[in-house]
Ligand binder design. Structure first.
Ligand code: DGL
Length: 265
């Protein structure tokens, strides 16, 4: 059996392109429809009710393009709304929390894991719950880092101010002697160098994009939804605001130029 329908992916903006990149590498025969909700970003400061409402609308948009599954690439939406979204739609819906928690649990050696994310992600406790579900022996220490998203979007990845902000946010986690740190926000993988500088070179940084791609493959396989045909495939990108900024910022996340970005009607 082969299912040529596309995979739907959404994020509050550009950050989910890191997930597009990993899925593209692991599943080169799959087509992707991406939706970035650039008109309503950021989600990280909003309530569960609002983020859930936006997420439902985003998936409805993807469903109009006949997607066979949905990946919620946004950590905030995954933390606040995933359980509800799974119940609302007839296609499989996966998020980024469980894959990230699993990766962290498999690499920690001292059972002390840190999590950083937006205000909403951290106060939801979603990563903590997912890690504890794997083993109650694991200890989780969390910290929200709200200024990281605007710093990344400004392109200030290695500036002095970024290092200072990182030192303030991460100081308390460093004292907790964690050996593994989950980058629980789409934007944080771009700050890996600065985070390593503050936390020390031996810290293992978990960027869940690769694990999400593996989970996507597993879900497609289990449901007989993989595409085995060799035809030419073209990813399509939609945004809810004008595409220019998305195209410019997106290059930083995808590490290549994005073609074919359209404003959703
Ligand atoms: N995509 C969001 C996340 O991963 C970060 C940006 C936002 O606050 O919307 O949590």
């Amino acid at each position: 059996m082969s299912d040529p329908r596309p995979i739907g992916i959404f994020d509050s903006g550009v950050g989910g392109l890191t997930v597009v990149s990993e899925i593209g590498k692991l599943l080169p025969r799959e087509e992707i429809i991406y939706f970035g909700d650039t008109a309503r970003v950021p989600y990280g400061t909003k309530s569960k009710e609002t983020v859930t409402k936006f997420s439902v609308e985003n998936i409805e948009f993807l469903m109009e393009h006949d997607v066979k599954m949905v990946v919620v690439a946004c950590n905030t939406a995954s933390s606040l709304s995933l359980n509800f979204l799974k119940r609302c739609f007839r296609v499989p819906v996966i998020g980024v929390i469980e894959p990230g928690a699993k990766s962290a649990a498999s690499v920690t050696r001292n059972n002390r894991i840190g999590v950083i994310g937006t205000h909403a992600t951290i106060s939801s406790g979603a990563y903590e719950k997912a890690v504890k579900k794997i083993s109650s022996e694991l200890r989780v220490f969390s910290q929200s880092c709200p200024l990281f998203v605007p710093l990344v979007e400004e392109g200030w990845l290695g500036e002095k101010v970024t290092l200072e902000v990182a030192s303030i946010y991460l100081g308390s986690l460093k004292r907790k002697r964690i050996d593994t740190l989950i980058l629980g926000c789409t934007h944080y993988p771009l700050l890996k160098d600065v985070i390593r500088k503050v936390m020390g070179g031996s810290i293992v940084l978990i960027d869940s994009a690769r694990s999400v791609a593996e989970e996507t493959q597993g879900v497609l396989d289990a449901n007989g939804l993989l595409n085995s045909s060799r035809g030419k495939r073209r990813h399509r990108f939609f945004v809810s605001d004008e595409p220019d900024r998305f195209i410019k910022l997106g290059m930083r996340f995808l590490k290549r130029r994005i073609e074919c970005v359209r404003r959703a009607a």
